[in-house]
Every structure is written in C-alpha cells, then in structure tokens.
Design a protein. Structure first.
Length: 317
C-alpha cells in the first residue's frame, strides 16, 4: 500500500480554532480539536469542496464548516448536508437528505429558494447524496440513494438541466453514491456502494446516458462484512485516474482509465467518505471521514501527493 504524510483537521461541534493552531496543523501534521458544544460531536465528515478564494467546506452532522489557514467556522446549517459543489457565480449546491433536495446556498451560507431540485416527474426526491457539475451545459448530475440497499435497490441518478428541469437517468441501484463526470463530458462514473463497485455510463448528450457498465469491482474486506466495503465519494486527477473513497476499507482506491487498481492510500480514518483535490498547486488530496466509530468526531486529512488534480471549479464570473 502506498502512502505519504497526512494532515488532519478534527471537527468539533462549534467549529472554531485559532490561526496558530491551523498553521501548526499545516506545518507539522498535528491534530486540531475544537471543543464540542453541549458535549456533542459530529458524526463523521463529508462533501469536501473548495471555492474561488481557496476556502474549503466540509459537511458533517447538520452543518457545513468553512476552513482555511485563518481557522474554521460554521458556514451554514442545513439539516443533513452531504455532496457539495460551487458554481461559477459563487452559488453553492448541496445535497441534503433532510430536505429531500439539492439545495442552493449563497456565498455567505444563506439558503436560497427555490432549491436546485426537489422532485422528478412529479415525485419528491428521497435523499440526494452527491453531485457532479456539467459546466459547459449549465447542468449537473446527482445520485439519490434514499432508502435503497442491496435488498431494496431503488436508488436513482438524475440530471438537472440549465432550465432547472430534473430528469431520471437510471434506477434500480443499490445505494448510488459518489458521481463524477469526465472533463470531456463523455463518461459518467457512479459508485454503487452496496455492490462494492464503480459503474460507467457513456454520455450521449447532456442528461442522456447509455446503458450502465461495470467499470471496476473494488477490493473486499477480508471479514466478508458488507459494511467494511462500500465506495463513497470520488474525484479525478488531471490524467483521468479515478480516486475512490472506500468507506469501510479506510482507504482511497485509485483506478486508471481502464478500471485497473493502480494505487491505494490509507484514508487516515475509520470511515473514508469523500475525496477532493485542492491546495495552491491543486496537487493535494483532501480526505474526509469519521475518526471514531458511531457518533464520533469527523476529520479532514490531507495527503501531499504532488499529482495534479482535475480542476472542477468553474471559472469565476
């Protein structure tokens, strides 16, 4: 297993740490802990993303924390935030199962109406989880695993076009999770968590997909426990390799463009939930997850890969 030094940001319930501590975190790889409000700590961490100013955002519990070298602060409280992307105009899109919607938030964390999507074909969404921007066409893809499982494969994926119309693209999925569109817009990757695999769709046009194919079967935990597998969030590097947060395996699996496993990184946590490239040179891999089992603290780890990540943030306008 390949690995390099990790840096960790530990999320407490009030989300506040001082600048000196964050600088120590960045320089030395030490943990930074924020005091928990009323003794409660967040359950894991998710949805890491970066804005045009270089601020990072991470979802946990009912909140989204914004972090940078100055420290961290609660940016918004939405209910159950998860996957998160930033648009060219600074608007944020956040999947939130408690609202059964993909929410729109302003740059200062205020919820905007109407949401980006809360229904499809007259039926309410169950619980959107993650999303991927289709910037050239002004739309986005998202997964909705709400109430789905291996025994109840009712998960779906959707597309929202520039006019705000939500379309159903595929159903019958066992917890569709991380979703990534390639930069040429020709391929869509989807993590199907409960089947421990990554699917591939050929994109025939904005919001139009070919038949699903199995892109890669992921390594299985030797215990045979399904919960110790489950791919979650994903991202791409500039060469087209796919980085998969492997939730129960506590790893990041790296797949090349043919689906071959080429590298593995220790997630640094007990549940590895999401990944994103960031940093001044966009060559640092940020990893979210839980650092305690159950309702424990969540963390953001950083690996200085020196590998250029794919830039997914649209040009600011």
């Amino acid at each position: 297993m390949s690995d390099s030094r990790k840096k960790i940001l530990v999320l407490g319930a009030n989300g506040n740490v001082g600048r000196a501590l964050v600088e120590q975190l960045v320089a030395q790889g030490e943990s930074v802990r924020a005091a928990s409000r009323n003794g409660q700590a967040p359950a894991g961490a998710e949805g890491v993303v970066f804005d045009h100013a270089g601020n990072g955002y991470v979802s946990w519990g009912k909140s989204i924390t914004r972090f940078n070298r100055e420290g961290q602060t609660i940016w918004a409280e939405t209910g159950a935030p998860n996957g998160h992307k930033v648009l060219a105009d600074g608007t944020h899109l956040v999947c939130d199962a408690s609202h059964h919607a993909v929410l729109r938030l302003s740059a200062d964390g205020k919820m905007l109406e109407p949401p980006a999507s809360n229904s499809c074909n007259g039926k309410p969404l169950r619980g959107p989880n993650d999303l991927s921007l289709d910037t050239p066409h002004g739309g986005f893809y998202f997964s909705d695993p709400g109430d789905s499982s291996l025994k109840n494969p009712i998960g779906t994926i959707h597309y929202v076009n520039a006019a705000g119309k939500t379309s159903l693209l595929d159903d019958g999925l066992a917890f569709p999770n991380g979703i990534v569109l390639t930069p040429d817009g020709k391929k869509l990757y989807l993590a199907e968590s409960q089947k421990n695999r990554v699917l591939l769709y050929e994109v025939q046009g904005p919001g139009k997909l070919g038949m699903r194919k199995v892109f890669a079967e992921l390594p299985k935990h030797p215990s045979g426990d399904l919960e110790r597998n489950q791919p979650d969030g994903m991202c791409l590097d500039a060469a087209g390799n796919l980085y998969v947060a492997h939730y129960g395996m506590q790893q990041v699996q790296v797949l090349d463009t043919s689906g071959k496993l080429i590298r593995q990184y220790d997630g640094g946590n007990v549940t590895t939930s999401n990944v994103a490239f960031g940093g001044p040179k966009h060559d640092q891999l940020f990893i979210t997850g839980g650092i305690q089992y159950g309702e424990g603290e969540g963390g953001v780890f950083r690996i200085d890969l020196g590998v250029p990540g794919l830039v997914i943030l649209p040009t600011k306008r």
